[in-house]
Design a protein around this ligand. Structure first.
Ligand SMILES: [Zn+2]
Length: 131
């Protein structure tokens, strides 16, 4: 039996591998996105903190709303150190990784995210300056 024709299973596997690799690259691009801006903490709809991460020295602790969430900012970034919410999703999120995935505590209405730095070339903000 001559096996000159390409086995359709191999084509299928190749297509699957290609799609998988594309998805992997896309994921890596998202996860690799460097935090461009400052840390922003929003509690109950109000911005309570905006600033850079701590480069060196002691971490900063922020009480985000009546002791409900203790936010830690250190040289690794920002995370929720402790919380009184039932699910502890915010604590389990660990450190804020990128601009796409904020740390959210739904029960306590807390959002921690990176803001885009002002004047960034790739800023998505709609018409920051209009003449
Ligand atoms: Zn929480």
């Amino acid at each position: 039996m001559h096996n000159k024709k390409i086995n359709p299973h191999i084509i299928c596997a190749a297509v699957c591998a290609f799609v998988f690799v594309c998805a992997l690259i896309g994921t890596l691009i998202i996860y690799d996105a460097k935090p461009a801006g400052q840390i922003e903490i929003i509690s109950h709809g109000e911005q309570i903190y905006k600033g850079a991460s701590v480069k060196r020295g002691a971490p900063v602790y922020i009480d985000a709303g009546n002791g409900e969430n203790i936010v830690r900012i250190d040289e690794k970034g920002v995370c929720v150190e402790s919380a009184n919410c039932p699910d502890k999703d915010c604590v389990n999120s660990g450190y804020l990784k990128n601009t796409y995935l904020p740390i959210v505590c739904l029960p306590n209405e807390l959002i921690i995210r990176y803001t885009l730095s002002e004047g960034a070339a790739d800023s998505d903000e709609p018409d920051a300056i209009s003449q």
